[in-house]
Design a protein around this ligand. Structure first.
Ligand code: ZN
Length: 162
């Protein structure tokens, strides 16, 4: 698979587990990790402020998460959205919990930007069109720079807050 900057990501087995073990990395680096969860810019989508939280443990469905993991995911999601708002990166988010067979459980923090509304109208209904647009049109140095900055802002806030 390729990352948001169109570079090849190589790993063996489950990508979520490999990322937790730092077997591959992203140009922007990890935004946050602790003993339960980790969070990064979405690996594949060149959309600044789009973060993915995963439990470190290989879990496939929501109900397999421990109470501690659930609490941590909600806490980090809430802080992240607040930090993005305070830093005027994005003021509205959709939070998506994705369960897929044979896939490491993850939570998407998806920013809702004006350009998405202009492009797709109802963002939730047209999520595929937004992702395709981003992959085709936003793989540019300005986006990568913004992703680095956004990750850095979040990293600093989480280091301070925890
Ligand atoms: Zn896994």
């Amino acid at each position: 698979m390729v990352n948001y900057a169109n570079e090849l990501i190589e790993f063996e087995g489950c990508p979520g587990c490999a990322y937790h073990r730092h077997e591959f990395t992203l140009p922007c680096g990890m935004a946050y990790e602790n003993e339960l969860i980790n969070m990064s810019q979405d690996w594949k989508l060149p959309i600044p402020g789009f973060f993915v939280i995963t439990p470190n443990r290989h879990v496939e469905v929501f109900s397999e998460l421990t109470e501690e993991e659930r609490n941590e995911i909600f806490k980090i999601a809430s802080i992240t959205i607040q930090v993005m708002r305070e830093n005027k990166i994005c003021d509205a988010y959709n939070v998506i919990f994705e369960e897929k067979k044979n896939c490491h459980f993850h939570v998407w923090l998806m920013p809702r930007y004006e350009w998405m509304k202009n492009l797709a109208g109802n963002i939730t209904m047209n999520i595929g069109a937004i992702f395709s647009y981003a992959k085709e049109n936003m793989r540019v140095p300005e986006t990568y720079q913004k992703i680095n900055e956004t990750t850095m802002i979040l990293k600093r806030s989480l280091e301070k807050g925890n």
